[in-house]
Each structure stands twice: as C-alpha cells, then as structure tokens.
Design a binder for this molecule. Structure first.
Ligand code: EPU
Length: 310
C-alpha cells in the first residue's frame, strides 16, 4: 500500500492492527533482501517535500535520495556531495547510515522523525538517539520494524570544505584546477566514479555492497598484513582498521560465482547481482558460500549489509 502522508501511515497501521496483519515497511527496496514472500501489509512511504531554511534541510521519507543531494547542491549547500547517486529513498538513509567516499550521513543528521508502529505516536530522535555506527543505527537494532521514518532533518554547510581523502577522489583532485573544486564538481566526480565501479541497479538488480568491510584491531591488522600483503585497509579514528571485503572476495577468485541467477558481480566483488530470476533465498545461499570461503581462507567473518526482510 502506498501512503502519501503521516495521517495515511497512521491509518494504515491501525487497519493492519485491527486485522492482526504483520506490517513491513519498504522504501525504494534497493537495500532490502526479501527472504520470502511477505504476508500482511507492505507499506511504501511516498511522502514528498524538501524544505531548505538556511543550512537546515527537512526532507520527507519518500523523496529519492539523489534528488535531495542535487537539490541541496543547487541551493548552495554542501555536505551531501560525496553521497551522490546512492540509490533509494530519504527515509532509508538513516537506517543504514549511508556512506561513501569518506562521508557518512550521521555527520549531518540533526533529527529523524518517525511514527511508532504499535501506537501510531509521532517520535523525534536526536542524532545521538539514532546510535549511528558504520552502516548501522538504532533502526537496524532496537527499533527494527518498530517505527516508520517520516522525515529527516539535516544541517548542511554554506561554506564548502571538500572531503577528498578517499583514494579515488585524491586521484581526481590532482587533475583539477583548485577553482574547480566546488560541491557540484565533487558530486560529478563521485557520480563518474560510481558509474565506472558499481553495477547500476536500474540495469542489473543489486543492493550495492552486500557485505560490510570487516573492522579489526591494530594487532590483528599487523598480523594479517604479513600474511596477505596487498590487502587494502584504512585506519579508523579509534585506531582500528577497516579491511576491503571486496579484495578478500576478489582474491579468492569468486567474481562470477553463481547460485541460480544470483552471482558475485564481475564488476565489483562486494556486490551480488540478480541476473534474471534469482530469489532472495538464492542470494542468501550465495552470500553464505562467500562468507564460508572468506572464513576458511582469512578467518574473518563477513557481515551482511542490506536489511534481510524475513
Ligand atoms: N577491490 C577489489 N576488487 C573489486 C573491487 C574492489 O579488490 O572487485 C578493492 C580495490 O583495491 C579497492 C578496494 O577494494 O581499492 C575498495 O573498493 P571501493 O573503493 O569500491 O570501496 P569498498 O570498500 O568496496 C565502500 C562502501 C561503498 C562505497 C565505497 C566508496 C561498504 C560496505 N561499502 O566500498 O558503499 O560506495 O566504499 O566509499 O562500506 C554500499 O554501501 O552499498 C556501497 C556501495
């Protein structure tokens, strides 16, 4: 069921409660894996509206994420340019704390507005209430399937300070005249990099990165580095190291590995694609095979990144 206003969301929830139907909420569906057919009521939030006041932006959950990025850049605001072309809707963005090219949404969130699915009450969560982590938040944990996000309030910047430390953007930066480094230019560069690197979900079904990059402590990293020279890793603010899961999978020669129509993308090893009629189960069986092989060779667990809806 498509709902276009907060009142319709509350009405849909109350209808489902009366009929004792389970409720599932889907945004664009681009970061969800359906493990089975869904029973009960599926709510698709289609609320619209992007409101810019000074550096504050309030965006309705049903707005496409990339439209918000483009609209804020056009309004002279920066902050979202590194998050260009991420598929999906605004309401899904805080759930997995979307991130790319060294920037995470969490850095810009002031509040997230939601509706409690049991009571129909409106809730406002502050940034710290959201418990943001790497591709993680309270919406994937304690509030999973308990609230429907209706609006996201962000604080962006009028003064542009580019975040270009990610290797792909460093390579781009050296080719630019300094006056070319505007939020708009960075956004274009990110779009180009993504288009080259990642399979387009509009062409071949995929949920972006299927696994999180494993995070390990410095001692563990020193030891792995000796065993596997060439394994890319980035040091984190807390002294831990984030390893490239794509490299782990690629080095095992798993690109192209298939279960039915589900496959490890030939283009990017961290992406699982549906090349035809793969079911959610095919994808999950393939994911388990990848996890097993990475565990056998590197003794590292790979955590699934998209939301598995069962
Ligand atoms: N690599 C390979 N084989 C491949 C692809 C990549 O060995 O097939 C190696 C390369 O050495 C590369 C390294 O992996 O330098 C890292 O690859 P990439 O820059 O593509 O980044 P990633 O760590 O695989 C993460 C995010 C992406 C985000 C990019 C850019 C996660 C789980 N994924 O990918 O996010 O776009 O960085 O910041 O953190 C998503 O969440 O869906 C997503 C696409």
């Amino acid at each position: 069921m498509d709902v276009d206003s907060d009142a319709e969301i509350v009405e849909a929830l109350s209808y489902a409660r009366q009929h004792r139907w389970p409720v599932t909420v889907l945004g664009g569906g681009s970061n969800s894996v359906l493990a089975q057919d869904l029973a009960g009521l599926v709510i698709c939030v289609g609320t619209r509206g992007i409101d810019v006041t000074g550096e504050r932006v309030v965006a309705a959950a049903g707005e496409p994420w990339d439209k918000l990025v483009r609209q804020t850049i056009a309004a002279g605001l920066s902050g979202l340019e590194n998050l260009t072309l991420i598929p999906g809707l605004v309401g899904a963005a805080p759930i997995q704390n979307i991130g790319a090219y060294g920037v995470e949404l969490a850095a810009m969130v002031e509040t997230v507005h939601a509706i409690d699915m049991d009571t129909g009450q409106a809730l406002v969560l502050s940034n710290s209430d959201c418990q943001f982590g790497y591709r993680d938040s309270i919406f994937k944990q304690a509030l999973r399937q308990r609230v429907i996000i209706t609006r996201v309030c962000l604080r962006l910047n009028r003064d542009f300070s580019p975040q270009l430390d990610y290797a792909d953007l460093q390579r781009w930066q050296v080719l630019q005249a300094p006056e070319n480094i505007t939020a708009e230019q960075v956004s274009r560069a990110v779009a180009e990099i993504r288009q080259k690197k990642l399979p387009d979900p509009a062409v071949i079904g995929n949920a972006g990165s299927f696994f999180k990059n494993p995070q390990i402590d410095a001692d563990h990293w020193r030891q792995l580095q000796q065993d596997f020279p060439g394994l890319p890793a980035r040091e984190q603010a807390d002294g831990s190291w984030k390893l490239s899961a794509a490299w782990l999978i690629d080095s095992l020669g798993l690109k192209g590995l298939k279960v039915g129509d589900a496959a490890v993308s030939d283009q990017h090893a961290l992406v699982l694609v549906n090349s035809g009629k793969a079911t959610g189960q095919d994808i999950l069986v393939l994911a388990r095979q990848v996890q097993q092989q990475v565990m056998n060779r590197f003794n590292l667990p790979l955590e699934i990144e998209p939301v598995v809806v069962a």
